[in-house]
Design a protein around this ligand. Structure first.
Ligand SMILES: Cc1cc2nc3c(=O)[nH]c(=O)nc-3n(C[C@H](O)[C@H](O)[C@H](O)COP(=O)(O)O)c2cc1C
Length: 377
């Protein structure tokens, strides 16, 4: 059997395979509440055989949302619709994760498929439009190029930092109540935690800015506080931008140090992405972020690779070569929600590969393949 389709146990959670759906904002929630769109969008990946599905960046506070259409977990009313989705994923054999985040200065930005804030008055009412001034480590906008999309944030004072850390803790408790198996802290892509880490966005002169230790303080405090309330039997992930791609900015070497400290605090998997700062970043290419996961894994912590992974043989090699423990897909999963089913057949031949199909389809697909002489049915 392939390594990609071998199970992985993290604490008390056993994933049926190493394929993961990477978190993907849908900009389709109203008041932070999950709805039918989220159930169908996420549910199809469970039917497709993924081992773990991670729900999109979910705001721990209302002002921490990237857009007014993001999911949230700042209110108990947001638990039940998510529990409905978690139950579905579990029924189909897929573990359920949720990415908890705060967008910092990249909050209150337009819905991705719109041209800025171009909603009509009626659309604003229908979609639950909201707009607010974001907060950040320093009062520096993400970019000067689109001032209406990226506003100048208010600098967080120490009380504000404590309040957001507490919001991560409270949202984690709600994620547990919703039945999630994995919480992933969003520390990547130039959002709040990433803004604290990178000297590009963090110009503070207090104990949260300046030296690398000071810039890491918020990330470590959030991780420690979340771990304290997240059940000991459940794994905790953190997504980082392993480099911001700028000369003199946050580097892979910095990430190795951060990952070591996060591991000490009980973070089980580092999800290795990159970038998120205007004007900087790695040039996207096939498998371009895999070396980041490999470098961080050499520090002795489990990693997840992500970014332009689509060929099953490449995904298998990532796990088999020890570059990462998990392989996450985003756009490739949108393109083919059944990617694991197809990859399992490609890597492991017929026979057992049919077992990953939902029971409603399994035998019918095998019957068809037998007639057509496909996949060693
Ligand atoms: C529609 C869409 C929404 C995304 N939303 C998030 C998100 O909520 N959180 C996050 O960390 N990354 C987000 N990303 C980034 C993906 O998780 C992933 O890291 C990136 O797309 C690279 O993987 P891919 O080449 O397989 O698409 C999003 C990507 C897409 C395409």
């Amino acid at each position: 059997m392939s390594q990609l389709f071998s199970p992985l146990t993290l604490r008390d959670l056993t994933l049926r395979n190493r394929t993961v759906v990477s978190p993907m904002c849908q900009y389709s929630a109203k008041g932070g509440l999950a709805n039918d769109w989220h159930l169908v969008h996420l549910g199809r990946f469970a039917l497709g055989g993924f081992g773990l599905v991670i729900v999109e960046a979910t705001g721990v506070t209302p002002e921490g949302r990237i857009s007014y259409g993001d999911l949230g977990l700042w209110d108990d009313a947001q638990i039940a619709p998510l529990r409905h989705i978690v139950d579905f994923l579990h029924d189909e054999g897929t573990a359920a994760g949720i990415q908890l985040g705060h967008a910092g200065r990249k909050a209150s930005t337009p819905i991705a498929w719109r041209s800025g804030f171009d909603e009509t008055e009626q659309e604003k009412i229908d979609a639950g439009y909201e707009h607010w001034i974001p907060v950040a480590p320093s009062a520096i906008p993400h970019t000067d190029r689109h001032p209406s999309d990226f506003q100048t944030p208010t600098e967080l004072d120490l009380e504000g930092i404590v309040r957001i850390t507490k919001a991560f803790v409270d949202a984690t408790g709600r994620a547990d109540e919703a039945g999630f198996d994995v919480v992933e802290i969003h520390g990547a892509h130039g959002y709040l935690i990433s803004q604290f880490l990178s000297p590009l966005a963090n110009k503070r002169t207090d104990r949260y800015g300046g030296s690398r230790d000071n810039r890491m303080r918020f990330a470590l405090e959030v991780a420690e506080a979340v771990r304290a309330v997240w059940p000991a039997e459940k794994p905790l992930f953190m997504r980082i931008s392993a480099t911001d791609g700028s000369p003199g900015g946050w580097s892979v070497e910095d990430s190795v140090v951060l990952a070591g400290e996060l591991k000490q605090l009980g973070v089980d998997v580092i999800d290795c992405s990159s970038g998120g700062f205007d004007g900087y970043g790695l040039k996207p290419a096939n498998l371009y972020q895999v070396p980041l996961a490999k470098a961080v894994r050499e520090a002795g912590v489990a990693t997840m690779a992500v970014g332009l992974i689509s060929d099953p043989a490449d995904a298998e090699a990532i796990v088999a070569n020890g570059d990462a423990d998990l392989v996450a897909l985003a756009r490739t999963a949108l393109e083919d929600p059944n990617w694991p089913l197809h990859a399992h057949h490609a890597l492991d031949g017929g026979g057992d590969a049919y077992k990953l199909w939902p029971k409603q389809a399994r035998n019918r697909i095998r019957d068809r393949d037998k007639v057509l002489g496909l996949r060693g049915a």
